[in-house]
Design a protein around this ligand. Structure first.
Ligand code: NAP
Length: 295
């Protein structure tokens, strides 16, 4: 069994002070409510092995409830081995007041999914970043030049905010569609783009790119979030929903049947992780190794 597998299986949820395998190494950790299903340890530890960094870095999973977040961050400040954190649901907003610095993209998106810890004479500085938007930008960049393209974003929650930010950075023309119209309108005003309700969704036949960012698709019983009749062969459809127990969503399946170019949620997971690896280690990430690890 490789070190990567050992570390992945050996996830601990409490203090790590007495864990011999991590002694002396930089610790990176995913902090999320239920870390049992996180693919991040496998993805990052594989990358450390492939780049010869495994003697200096280890990545662990820490299931952390909302009540535990403050204590975990205090521990991160005081344990000089901590180098980086990946922040998952439900902490992406609540972590923000606990940090020392937040970068502009994370401020605009309103969420932090990455924390880098630097120490100057032992004094820790916790800096917050958002790499989710890069997880949306990179797979799109590989398939389409977004400048001037019509992009329909379905959903108005956290993932949609990252998507809106990403495609506006690339010069796209954006309309947000959401179940609760006022949530879409709020985002539209904030980012300066159009907003509509799901009743207007038939308009997406004229879009170049569709990004689906609602919660629908996590469960097998969920209805299709976008009627298949609206999906065209010339569409690029990015379904950000990803569940490792059910990796191909019904929407992705339906869009492939329609002949659309489909980007699945694991691509977002991969590319946000690629950027995290660079922020944590200062090295370029071994993308294909990380892709293999999450597959
Ligand atoms: P969120 O902030 O809670 O937002 C949820 C969104 O889903 C809202 O727009 C909500 O609409 C909509 N929604 C919920 N139930 C719905 C229903 N029954 N019908 C229609 N719309 C519904 O959640 P989030 O953090 O943005 O996450 C959204 C999705 O992105 C999740 O599936 C998550 O797994 C995925 N995600 C993937 C990655 C990745 O790496 N691949 C990263 C982050 C998130 P209302 O405004 O009307 O409530």
């Amino acid at each position: 069994m490789s070190r990567c597998e050992r570390v992945t299986m050996n996830r601990y949820t409490n203090s790590m002070e007495n864990e011999p395998k991590i002694a002396g190494r930089n610790i990176c950790a995913v902090i999320t409510a239920n870390a049992d299903y996180s693919l991040s340890p496998a993805m990052h530890n594989s990358a450390y092995e492939a780049t010869g960094l495994a003697d200096r870095f280890v990545y662990v999973a820490r299931s952390t409830s909302a009540d535990e977040l403050n204590g975990v961050i205090q521990e991160v400040r005081s344990n000089e081995n901590y180098k980086g954190l990946s922040i998952g649901v439900p902490h992406k907003q609540t972590i923000m007041p606990l940090l020392d610095v937040i970068d502009d993209a994370a401020k605009k998106i309103g969420a932090v999914n990455t924390v880098v810890i630097n120490r100057d004479n032992g004094k820790p500085t916790l800096s917050g970043f958002n790499t989710d938007w890069i997880g949306i930008r990179e797979p799109l960049r590989q398939r389409v030049d977004l400048k001037g393209k019509r992009v329909a974003i379905v959903g108005a929650g956290g993932a949609a905010r990252a998507a809106v930010y990403a495609v506006l950075q690339e010069g796209a023309d954006v309309k947000i569609y959401n179940r609760t119209l006022k949530h879409a309108q709020f985002l539209g005003v904030e980012f300066g783009c159009q907003a509509g309700s799901l009743d207007e969704l038939s308009e997406i036949v004229d879009a170049n790119v569709i990004i689906h960012a609602t919660k629908l698709g996590m469960s097998k019983d969920d209805p299709l979030p976008i009627p298949a009749e609206f999906i065209q062969p010339n569409h690029v459809l990015f379904d950000v929903v990803y569940d490792r127990r059910n990796p191909e969503t019904d929407l992705a399946k339906a869009a492939k049947q329609k002949g659309a170019t489909v980007i699945e949620g694991r691509e977002m997971l991969l590319w946000q992780g690629v950027e995290q690896f660079r922020l944590f280690t200062g090295h370029n990430a071994p993308v294909e190794v990380m892709r293999e690890a999450i597959l």
